[in-house]
Design a protein around this ligand. Structure first.
Ligand SMILES: [Ca+2]
Ligand SMILES: [Ca+2]
Ligand SMILES: [Ca+2]
Ligand SMILES: [Ca+2]
Length: 342
């Protein structure tokens, strides 16, 4: 056995144990204890409004993200493939609390593996926060990731998202800023009146300002080389005000795709949004469809109180075990599964 093998074996074991450990302490974000009852749905239509988007020339001489080898935080999400053939989910969707598990078409409830998040990770380097989103599969027809993949960052930890960064229909396996867009909420109305629950129907302007992605400090995305179901989004620290402490959560959205309507559950009533849970009075999905998000993890701080949208189990956020703060990364990616239906 050579040293490399031993090292990888060790890391694999470490990763596996960490994984099991974190699975125990991870809060089911959209648990079945959807205390607030039915969701309110917000609908965004069509593609994100285009802001004279200004694509960067192909030759990019800006500072690019590095290859993240380690993760500094993870969030687990419901795997909806389990009940996909039954066109329903059994957990993970708590509409009124802004937790969505909706990787299905509207009305017909066809399963969409390319918008079914399984895991989200955060890594970083000197210049970037790098988010990794693992999807259940690729789109059945295009064999690619189809939709908008994004991250919301709450940089003042008030429970309201402040920035959202999106990559649409990513295909490049090298870092590109093409089709990567950055939105900011300038009037703090993401989350609506009550940041803990749905305010629908209300009409704030959500993430109302698009920032140019052509400056030296930019955001990039790529499909992870050799992993077609994994997308990575790298956000230059300076773009989001260099936060040391913040919350982050990830998204997949091939439905509304409209940051201006965030939070969706403040715009669309539960009834209009529909529900993916069979037996729910609002089943099936309607206006808020083909999307998935995770609860948010903290980065750089460990509160013992509940912040809206945070993954929450009723106790303090666990600090990383010394020596286990980062785990070997690509070994955790599940093998893509074959199509289940269709
Ligand atoms: Ca999911
Ligand atoms: Ca905030
Ligand atoms: Ca709200
Ligand atoms: Ca706003």
């Amino acid at each position: 056995m050579n040293r490399t093998f031993i090292k990888y074996a060790f890391l694999l074991i470490l990763a596996a144990s960490l994984f099991a450990f974190s699975a125990c302490v991870t809060v089911e974000m959209n648990g079945s204890n959807a205390q607030n009852g039915e969701p309110t749905a917000v609908v965004l239509n069509g593609q994100p409004q285009s802001a004279e988007a200004t694509q960067q020339p192909t030759q990019d001489d800006r500072v690019l993200p590095t290859d993240p080898e380690y993760v500094e935080g993870e969030v687990e999400d419901t795997d909806s493939s389990k009940f996909a053939t039954e066109r329903r989910v059994v957990s993970g969707d708590s509409y009124k609390s802004n937790f969505f598990e909706r990787p299905f078409t509207s009305q017909t409830m066809d399963y969409l593996p390319a918008v079914d998040i399984l895991y989200g990770y955060i890594s970083s380097d000197d210049n970037f926060f790098i988010y990794t989103i693992i999807l259940a599969g690729v789109d059945y027809e295009t064999n690619t990731l189809l939709g908008s993949y994004g991250v919301e960052m709450d940089i003042d930890a008030d429970g309201r998202g402040d920035y959202s960064i999106w990559a649409k229909d990513p295909v490049s396996t090298t870092w590109t800023s093409e089709n990567v867009r950055i939105f900011k909420d300038t009037n703090n109305d993401v989350g609506g009146k009550d940041k803990y629950t749905s305010d629908a129907p209300s009409a704030g302007n959500g993430y109302d300002q698009e920032l140019p992605n052509t400056n030296a400090e930019a955001a990039f995305a790529r499909v992870m080389p050799e992993y077609p179901t994994v997308v990575q989004i790298a956000v230059h620290r300076a773009l989001v005000e260099n936060p040391a402490e913040f919350l982050w959560g990830v998204w997949a959205d091939n439905g509304l795709q409209d940051p201006g309507q965030f939070d969706y559950d403040d715009h669309y009533t539960y009834k209009d949004a529909g529900s993916p849970i069979s037996g729910n009075q609002y089943y099936p999905l309607k206006a808020v469809y083909a999307c998935d998000n995770t609860c948010r993890r903290t980065y750089g701080f460990y509160p013992d109180y509940r912040i809206p949208n945070m993954c929450w189990s009723g106790g303090p956020v666990l600090t990383p075990t010394p020596g286990f703060g980062i785990i070997f990364f690509p070994r955790l990616i599940p093998t893509p599964k074959p199509p289940i239906i269709k």
